[in-house]
Design a protein. Structure first.
Ligand SMILES: Nc1ncnc2c1ncn2[C@@H]1O[C@H](COP(=O)(O)OP(=O)(O)O)[C@@H](O)[C@H]1O
Ligand SMILES: [Mg+2]
Length: 320
């Protein structure tokens, strides 16, 4: 039964061993990945990792040196017109006409996607409402804030209700309110059936919206899976930090008796314990300490996340 369901999942994008070089610099070093119909797929990596290059390669905007890319089961170069009408693209750099108003910008894109007449007008209205810009539809774009321009850029990319939407760092430089609006819109569009490919260097955004994530560094995919899978595969310890009112050094005797304690250190009244991944021991440790009258002032458990995974895999922080 399970096998059947797995086979039914359509791969909407298939990238196989793609290599892209600029002069002698390998910017994509043999990237392979598949994206399933209906998912929000995140591409996470620091600046310069190759996210935009990979996205532009999939979109047929950039030629590559070797490998293959299929989108909606087809080769872009041979079916460009057909594929273009089914995809939307929000580029990293905002691309809108500053001297036109919002409605004319979105209408321009709608026409390019083949919409006409009443259908065009309806779809433009829907896209502007969806991005929260309908009330400002007659305003010149040059009067818009950065966040509004970003949202307009998105309206232009979704006017034809694409089956697949590519978004390249769509929240860079926007205010928190626009950012939340953008993330919420992506969730809604996805629920309505759009597959989304989303690049960012913010792991919080990936955690908020993505079903699966590929982590990229120096032109390579270094991990791929759901967030839970990546944490399970790559993180093998949990850090518990306790601050005592006094006698931290003596608490070590209690800690030593527990299995699964990998290491610990005491600094003034702060005890830091590294445990193997089984964090069910944490309540037991606390119980013992309290029983033995240690007075705990603060405690914190460092929960593993994508940042920890990235650090584990590369030895550096995402935004160094
Ligand atoms: N047109 C270009 N010519 C030469 N090098 C480029 C060009 N575009 C991108 N690069 C290089 O390719 C690498 C990946 O860039 P990019 O895909 O933009 O990364 P990201 O989107 O992850 O920030 C970087 O080292 C960048 O300097
Ligand atoms: Mg980029």
């Amino acid at each position: 039964m399970t096998t059947c369901i797995m086979e039914d999942v359509r791969m909407i994008i298939e990238v196989s061993d793609v290599v892209k070089k600029y002069n002698n610099l390998d910017v994509l070093k043999g990237v392979t990945l598949s994206i399933r119909e209906g998912e929000i797929f995140g591409l996470l990596g620091p600046n310069g990792a190759g996210k935009s290059t990979l996205m532009n390669t999939i979109l047929g905007l950039l030629r590559f040196n070797s490998g293959s890319v299929k989108i909606l089961g087809k080769d872009f170069s041979k079916h460009a017109t057909e594929i273009k009408r089914k995809i939307g693209y929000v580029p990293q750099e905002i691309a809108v006409f500053e001297t036109l108003n919002a409605i004319d910008n979105v209408t321009y894109w709608g026409r390019l996607y083949g919409l006409r007449g009443n259908e065009l007008a309806q779809m433009v209205k829907k896209a502007l409402e969806f991005t929260g810009l309908w009330d400002r539809r007659k305003s010149k774009v040059s009067t818009f804030s950065g966040g509004m321009k970003r949202r307009l850029n998105i309206a232009c990319a979704i006017v034809h209700k694409p089956r697949v939407l590519f978004m390249d760092e769509p929240t860079v430089g926007v205010d928190p309110q626009s950012r939340n609006h953008i993330l919420e819109s992506i969730r809604i569009m996805n629920k309505e059936g759009t597959t989304v490919i989303y690049t960012t260097h913010y792991m919080e955004e990936i955690e908020a919206i993505c079903d699966r994530v590929a982590i990229m560094d120096f032109g390579q995919l270094i991990a791929l899976g759901t967030i839970d899978e990546l944490i399970a595969d790559h993180i093998h310890e949990v850090c518990l930090r306790l601050e005592f009112t006094a006698n931290a050094a003596e608490s070590v005797k209690v800690i030593e008796s527990f299995d699964g304690v990998l290491s610990f250190s005491v600094n003034e009244e702060i005890l830091e314990i590294k445990l193997d991944k089984d964090d069910s021991r944490i309540p037991l440790i606390l119980e013992q300490l309290i029983k033995q009258h240690f007075n705990i002032k603060y405690m914190a458990v460092e929960k593993p996340n994508l940042e920890t995974v990235f650090l584990q895999l590369t030895g550096k922080k995402l935004r160094d």
